[in-house]
Design a protein around this ligand. Sequence first.
Ligand SMILES: Nc1ncnc2c1ncn2[C@@H]1O[C@H](COP(=O)(O)OP(=O)(O)OP(=O)(O)O)[C@@H](O)[C@H]1O
Ligand SMILES: [Mg+2]
Length: 481
Amino acid sequence: MTTDKEQQELRRDKIGANEQTPREIVAELDKFIVGQDEAKKSVAIALRNRWRSRQLTGSMKDDIIPKNILMIGSTGVGKTEIARRLAKLVKAPFIKVEATKFTEVGYVGRDVESIVRDLAETAVRMVRAQRMDEVKEKAEELAEERILDVFVPEPKKSQNPLGRLFGGDDDEDEEDDKEQKKVEPKYQAGREWVRKRLKKGELEEELIEINVEESTRPMVSMFSGSSLEGMGDNLQDMIGSLMPKRHRKRKVTVAAARKIFAQEEAAKLIDMDEVAEDAVYVAERSGIVFLDEIDKVAVRGNTGGADVSREGVQRDILPIVEGSTVVTKYGPVKTDHILFIAAGAFHTAKPSDLIPELQGRFPIRVELKSLRKEDFEKILTEPQNALIKQYRALLATENVELTFADSAISRIAQLACDVNDEAEDIGARRLHTLLEKLMEDISFNAPDMKDEERKVVIDDKYVDDKLAEIVKSSDLSQFIL
Ligand SMILES: Nc1ncnc2c1ncn2[C@@H]1O[C@H](COP(=O)(O)OP(=O)(O)OP(=O)(O)O)[C@@H](O)[C@H]1O
Ligand SMILES: [Mg+2]
């Protein structure tokens, strides 16, 4: 027998659950990120461990806390990209924050607890969307009823012109009653007739005037962005709920009205208290925080000055990573089981420059490798959103058919390597600058091209023509590429 609490947990554990195996997660990441297998593997394992601990019960479930990951790799090798793709992949609440955005408690700026508040917010949005989905059918039915009300409004006594004209003092009610009896069947018949046409979809393009609820949020948004951010949120909600819901008339098609009404009705069907409770649970158990640019708050040696504040940020981050309770407007959120993935280039500072307590909270270290020529070739062509594919798609809108010969790809990759070695290693970002320069003329001329010019083949010669000079001169390449 399972208790109520266990039942509830079972239900909540299904929210935001990722069922993919590590292999499947890696395969998904492979579609966008070239190489970096080690990093992909460890995030995949971490995600799967989430799933595993969900299957457990009792104290074991509580005792197993996630192993946080620290990704180390020079700039432009795909750290943030992994986070971005992971965010799309996981169904759990996920947020990505930059460590540099935070200031020590007491100073002007965002305090680190806002990370947890944001995570709770994400979780609420997620749970709410899911709940909305569950009540979708019911909401759509109700929406149709409301559209019917617009087409065939309910007859009102006072609106009855006959009643107003002939209504005496004494027998007004009686007259009205009689009228009502005459109107009622007509009203019902009219409604049925419109209902049928609505169901057949014959009225979708019809324009109707409806009342829409106007949200009051934007009016009080001036509270956000201050250091009293959390409080600002609460104030906003308070003021929002105190103010009467404003309605605005809008002319829309029936199809659009269906969507608007369905949203409003779904919102009414959902128990927001339950959503908040579930969301807090999901944020606590499945939440993932990606802490980017963590190296920027690490300090080398003891230099004092501005660095004191950076160390302060680390000290503030510590309790959150370690496990503490942060009060959010949806309730207190315990951070013990939140998975943290930190990333940094660690060009100047080393992981060992982080305060020791924090180092210890990131037991899994993965290194992302510097990208070489073969990687660049793949990055240019293979990912679903590969740069070459992007340029092809962009120029196709101008009826220009762009083709890159293999020789060109190889050449661009080589040049990227050369410039990275010569100047600064900015990883795959170098490809962006190189390609932008390479494509400059074509991009500019595309709209004016003659028909016979609209098939453009780019080969190694073209690449050399456009870029070799710049690459050779380190002075030039420093500025242009
Ligand atoms: N391994 C890779 N596969 C595919 N694309 C990549 C890879 N590495 C980097 N890129 C591309 O290069 C650009 C920069 O990568 P990303 O933002 O991940 O850098 P980063 O490692 O976070 O660097 P930084 O330390 O400067 O933040 C992105 O547009 C990304 O698509
Ligand atoms: Mg980054």
